[in-house]
Ligand binder design. Structure first.
Ligand code: XMP
Length: 513
């Protein structure tokens, strides 16, 4: 693989890794670094351009990230500031950044572009953009020119200083909610910075394999295997190089879906990796106890999951110096677990920050789901792997809401999940959905069964469409199919109603917990 062309400085925003992903989609490799490390990197490396990400802080806040101004501005390459990045640039050059005039610009906005500028050349003048900011640039710094406005001309949506080769956009071009955002980033990469395409799946596979095998060295490797696209693809990448030194372990937590183990076994075979299934439902039940709060449940789940995996790794490797744990953790999991720069904790993912004694590697830490799917296709893995819907590590435990996820509740949600998936498959809708979430809402509501009043639970059916799971659109299941699901699911004696949850992410997350 050729050298990195773009430096992305992470100012703590939720979308920083999405910038990296969009650059990869455009075929350009980048490196994402926190401000502290960016200065050191710039001393020994040269990128063709620098992108400053968004962030949660005000430029005046004491906690604001310390972006290395001198190193960046003296690098002599074009700079693009996004959201906080633009505010930081304006502040550096003595412009005025203030709380936004209407407290916040959030969601879809209409922006008018000056298409004479290189950044927007060839685009329509009026564009839908995604905004999410509490501060904004009120007065431009000297030498800067406004090249876009939003909110009817009241907000400076973009600025440029051609002489200094600095651009700033107040909106987020990296997210799909800015339909022409990718084109804007392409203008910056190719027309302004002169980058060339250099991200190809076969190179990524070779790079991940070489880097991971070098890290593992002569040690053995244990891969936490769920049978999903991430762990199956990772195992398929590593197995030709590691052979018998690689073992896949699937932990049966008691939160798996109907027939899941059968599929896990099949996918391990397709990935060419030896598989061990560990039955640990009792351990997880005990560890989760009567916890109801979602984050507490996730933490307790991790407290059982980590040591269980570690025990298996030690059994396989012999001792802690002879084995490495390989996990299919994605960028999304790391972002949401609050481990990228200053990003906030959204939810603790089961495989992030396990705090184990044995070393762990996350070769997919910079990738998004759809990219791993591309790698799976490149490897020739079957669609049951490359197109498989994700399922969270804590499984059905995070799909029982409001009461402890005891075996009786897990059995109900497992049954409902199987039935809903069956109906969606029958109507050829399942493949249109990125993820189906069937949950059990344990709030007792009133219903009638036979001629009697009963107090029962509700089933929540949620389907979303997305490619990266950072944002998602709630899918509307057609009314006829909903009727069929209602009729089927309410046959269960404990279920009195079915809710359909079509909320987008954000504000809702994919999972209910
Ligand atoms: P949310 O609910 O945050 O989830 O929109 C994004 C994606 O991540 C999955 N998810 C997990 N996957 N371990 C995982 O392996 C976890 O702890 C976990 N929590 C959520 C979720 O199913 C969705 O695909």
């Amino acid at each position: 693989m050729s050298s990195i062309q773009k430096l992305i400085i992470d100012c703590g925003g939720q979308y920083t890794l999405v910038i990296g992903r969009t650059l990869r989609e455009l075929g350009v490799r980048s490196i994402i670094l926190p401000p502290k490390k960016a200065a050191a990197w710039l001393k020994t490396n040269k990128s063709k351009g620098i992108i400053l990400s968004g962030g949660n802080f005000s430029v005046y806040s004491e906690d604001a990230p310390h972006v290395p101004a001198q190193e960046i501005l003296e690098a002599g390459v074009p700079i693009l500031g996004i959201c906080y990045g633009m505010q930081w640039l304006a502040h550096q050059f003595d412009g005025t950044v203030m709380p936004h005039w209407e407290s916040k610009e959030y969601g879809k906005a209409e922006a008018v572009f000056d298409t004479a500028d290189k950044l927007f050349s060839g685009l329509p003048k009026k564009n839908v953009v995604w905004a999410s900011h509490g501060d904004s640039v009120a007065v431009l710094p000297k030498g800067f020119r406004q090249i876009a406005s939003s909110e009817g001309g009241k907000t400076i949506a973009a600025m440029v200083n051609r002489k200094k080769k600095i651009w700033g956009v107040q909106f987020h071009p990296e997210v799909v909610q800015t339909p022409n955002g990718k084109k804007i980033l392409a203008r910056f990469l190719f027309d302004i910075c002169g980058c060339q395409k250099d991200w190809y799946p076969q190179d990524v596979i070779a790079g991940i394999r070489a880097e991971t095998v070098a890290t593992i060295g002569s040690r053995k490797a244990l891969v936490g295997f769920s049978g999903g696209v991430d762990s199956s693809t990772l195992a398929a990448i590593l197995s030709p190089a590691l052979g018998k030194n690689l073992l896949a372990v699937c932990i049966d937590t008691g939160g798996l879906r109907q027939d899941e183990l059968r599929e896990v076994r099949k996918n391990a075979q397709c990935a060419g990796v030896a598989l061990k299934v560990v039955s640990a439902a009792g351990r997880f039940q005990k560890g989760l106890g009567n916890t109801v709060h979602s984050e507490a449940k996730r933490r307790r789940f991790k407290r059982v999951y980590g040591p269980t995996l570690q025990r298996e790794a030690l059994a396989f490797g012999g001792n802690k110096d002879s084995v490495v744990l390989v996990q299919g953790t994605l960028a999304t999991d790391i972002i949401e677990s609050g481990l990228v720069g200053e990003a906030q904790l959204i939810k603790s993912h089961h495989n992030v920050g396990l705090g184990l004694q044995i070393p762990q590697v996350h070769p997919f830490r910079n990738l998004f789901k759809y990219e791993v799917r591309e790698l799976a296709e490149q490897l020739g893995l079957p669609e049951c792997i490359s197109k498989r819907q994700p399922f969270p590590g804590p499984g059905l435990y995070v799909r029982v809401v409001g009461k402890p996820a005891r075996p009786d509740k897990l059995a109900i949600v497992r049954w409902a999940d199987e039935e809903v998936a069956r109906i969606l498959k029958k109507h050829k809708l399942y493949h249109r959905i990125s993820q189906l979430v069937v949950g059990l809402d344990c709030l007792r509501t009133v219903g009638i069964k036979g001629d009697e009043r009963v107090y029962g639970f509700s089933v929540v059916v949620r389907a979303v469409q997305t490619s990266d799971f950072m944002t998602a659109v709630g899918y509307q299941i057609p009314a006829k199919v909903r009727r069929e699901i209602d009729a089927c699911v309410t046959k269960h004696p404990k279920i009195v109603r079915v809710y359909y949850n079509e909320t987008h992410k954000p504000p809702a997350t994919t999972e209910l917990e």
